[in-house]
Design a protein around this ligand. Structure first.
Ligand SMILES: [Cu+2]
Length: 172
């Protein structure tokens, strides 16, 4: 039985070059954790989450999905229920006033689709059986097209729509 000295057991021997890289990796890890924390809590970045589960065979017949479209929740807040299927988004047009905060709820009744809202950071997968949710604040008037960005079949390229953000005509 060989005896290990106390010093040897307690100290960590590594090449100085290797030690430097271990330190660099730890700094990077900490930097990523800080970045993700700031993005999530201070800047409001959201990861599209499965809001709830639905039955893709019956979801189109049950509220609120039996009447897809916009709901005015008051105070500039809206909910938009969008059904995705080969090869269209229902509804194809969503119109809101500038300054609106719109929470999009999407589900698919057939295959997997995508929902990319151009000129925003919204990019969600739309999975049958699940509801995807993301909130967008529309601070500028304009037209924001949404497209299916997951190949879903022969008519994939025709799968698009748009959010129209209307300028405030009242001019407060
Ligand atoms: Cu699609």
């Amino acid at each position: 039985m060989t005896e290990t000295s106390h010093d040897e057991a307690a100290s960590f021997e590594a090449d100085p070059f290797e030690q430097r890289w271990i330190v660099v990796s730890l700094i990077l890890l900490i930097a990523f954790m800080v970045t993700v924390t700031i993005a999530g809590f201070a800047l409001g970045f959201q990861v599209p989450g499965a809001e709830s589960r639905v039955d893709p065979r019956t979801v189109a017949d049950s509220p609120p999905w039996n009447e897809p479209g916009l709901r005015d929740l008051g105070g500039g807040e809206y909910a938009a229920y969008v059904i995705s299927r080969q090869y269209l988004f229902d509804p194809r047009t969503i119109t809101v006033p500038v300054g609106s905060s719109v929470t999009f709820y999407l589900t698919s009744i057939d295959v997997q689709h995508g929902f990319l809202l151009q000129n925003t950071n919204v990019n969600m997968q739309v999975v049958p059986g699940e509801v995807s949710r993301l909130t967008v604040d529309f601070d500028e008037a304009g037209e924001f097209d949404y497209i299916c960005n997951e190949f879903c079949g022969a008519g994939h390229a025709a799968m698009f729509g748009s959010v129209i953000v209307e300028a405030d005509e009242g001019g407060a």
